[in-house]
Design a protein around this ligand. Structure first.
Ligand code: GDG
Length: 457
């Protein structure tokens, strides 16, 4: 069996509590093959000390990391990855900061990663590269003579070619993807955008069987939607912390119906629109006054990228106005929590919610939607209100799908969720759970790796 080598911007110890579903799933696949996980350590160091690989054992998995110099980190991570690629790939071309986005730094770090990784590779390794930070990694490895099978998975959306073309280096980026054997996307839509790009911008053609030809190279492209580890998450839900969280929420909000939102504080998550939809709910359906409470957790994220500070201020203003305009001595309509909630408490928080609000303006997949569903009591489940623009909407068609830009429409869907009869809630939840179980995170890793290993295709 080939050894699996995972490469991602950050590396997590899969054994650590709170590592998260992705780390657990990749840890699983790595464990089976005695694999290696390579990436940035999360630390910045003096330029001279930045390049030594630090190797650590985590059971039978090897974790290998490098530090980055402060300048490289700024250019590659804060700059090009998160100020250019993240906004444009989420269709927000107006938020891209091409001044901050340093393509040279992005190339430099990808080249550095390839140089440091190459001596660690064996001839028959399977290499699986993750996400937008590392698009050119395979091309850099190939330039160093690496002939291993290399796959890439994009966790975020791929926009239509007309938007992608706003990135000055779009052709270089897409051409870099051709150095992989297999490119995986979260949804059929993203995969179509890739094929479309190659056909329209690069004179490419579809060869059938997932194969696409462009710039004289062939690559396979597939939609392989990521899932969660349902069993792991449900076990977390049976734990003391989750149960205690649920209990205390039920006591504190005994007279209320709770709407729950849990997101990284990110402009892609549609938070201002969600708060406005809640306001609209209180205006259009006044029976929810004194009754419905929205708890919005917004975990701090990428605070050194400019666009993220603006959204926090906007949200605090919107929430403050609702509480000022509608609040009563014994009822605060919105609780906005700009902090991270411990992972082991999340299932309890989700379960306390009669409605789960997952309304991104654009999202590769959105795992919160899946975690919310997995946390519900099947005999009396809450209702998921889900943006049609999340990758998850291709799979979770039994949620109430909304257009998050349509504030009135979203408020109507929330009202429908709050009033949904038990029988319908149970049926929808059962259908959603079937999907979660069939397409869990282990399926995702297996499906991708089988396709990558498949030499016949
Ligand atoms: C990218 C893509 C894709 C959130 N708040 C807290 C917390 N979280 C956890 C959730 C969930 C994860 O973070 C968020 O995952 P998402 O999928 O919702 O979003 P991104 O972080 O943007 O992830 C996304 C994903 O990659 C995987 O491919 O689905 O589309 O954008 O697991 O539970 N965790 C804790 N406290 C919080 O306050 N502990």
């Amino acid at each position: 069996m080939s050894r699996l080598v995972v490469v991602s911007n950050r590396v997590a110890d899969p054994r650590k509590p709170g590592a998260g579903g992705l780390a657990v799933a990749l840890g699983d696949a790595l464990h089976t093959s005695g694999g290696l996980w390579f990436g940035w350590s999360g630390r910045t160091a003096e330029a001279s000390a930045a390049q030594a690989v630090q190797v650590q054992r985590a059971g039978d998995v090897t974790l290998a990391t490098i530090d980055l110099s402060a300048a490289d980190h700024r250019a590659y991570y804060l700059g090009y990855s998160n100020s250019v690629l993240w906004p444009v790939f989420h269709y927000r071309i107006n938020l891209a900061d091409h001044e901050a986005g340093d393509i040279e730094g992005y190339r430099r770090v990808n080249r550095l990663m390839a140089q440091e990784l190459r001596p660690l590779l064996r001839a028959d390794d399977l290499v699986w590269v993750h996400d937008y930070h590392l698009i050119p990694l395979a091309a850099e490895l190939r330039a160093l003579g690496c002939a291993q099978r290399i796959g890439f998975f994009l966790h975020i959306p791929l926009p239509p070619h007309t938007l992608l073309a706003a990135i000055p280096q779009h052709a270089w980026l897409m051409r870099s993807l051709m150095a992989y054997d297999l490119v995986g996307f979260q949804s059929r839509t993203d995969r179509e955008h890739f094929a479309d790009y190659l056909l329209r911008e690069a004179g490419g053609q579809a060869l059938g069987d997932d194969r696409l030809l462009a710039w004289g190279r062939t690559v396979r492209a597939r939609a392989v939607p990521i899932g969660i580890d349902v069993d792991e998450f449900q076990a977390l839900g049976r734990g003391a912390d989750a149960r205690e969280t649920l209990q205390s929420m039920r006591e504190t909000y005994a007279a209320r119906r709770l709407l729950i939102g849990v997101d990284r504080l990110d402009y892609s998550k549609g938070l201002p629109q969600r708060i406005r939809a809640f306001r609209r709910l209180l205006e259009a359906y006044p029976e929810n006054r004194r009754r419905a409470t929205l708890i919005q957790v917004a975990a701090p994220s990428r605070e050194d990228v400019g666009a993220y500070a603006d959204i926090r201020r906007e949200l605090e203003g919107l929430c403050g106005a609702i509480n000022g305009d509608f609040g009563e001595l014994d009822w605060m309509p919105v609780r906005f929590i700009h902090r991270t909630v411990a992972r082991k408490r999340l299932p309890g928080l989700y379960r306390a919610g009669a409605v789960g609000l997952v309304t991104p303006l654009r999202d590769g997949m959105n795992l919160v939607a899946k975690e919310y569903v997995a946390s519900q009591d099947p005999a009396d489940p809450g209702v998921l209100v889900l943006s049609r623009f999340a990758g998850a909407a291709e799979q979770l068609t039994d949620a109430l799908l909304v257009n998050p830009y349509d504030i009135a429409g979203t408020a109507d869907a929330i009202q429908q969720a709050l009033q949904m009869p038990l029988q319908e809630r149970v049926m929808r939840h059962a259908a959603l759970m079937r999907n979660l179980r069939t397409h869990d995170v282990h399926w995702w890793a297996r499906e991708f790796l089988h396709a990558l290993m498949d030499r016949a295709s």
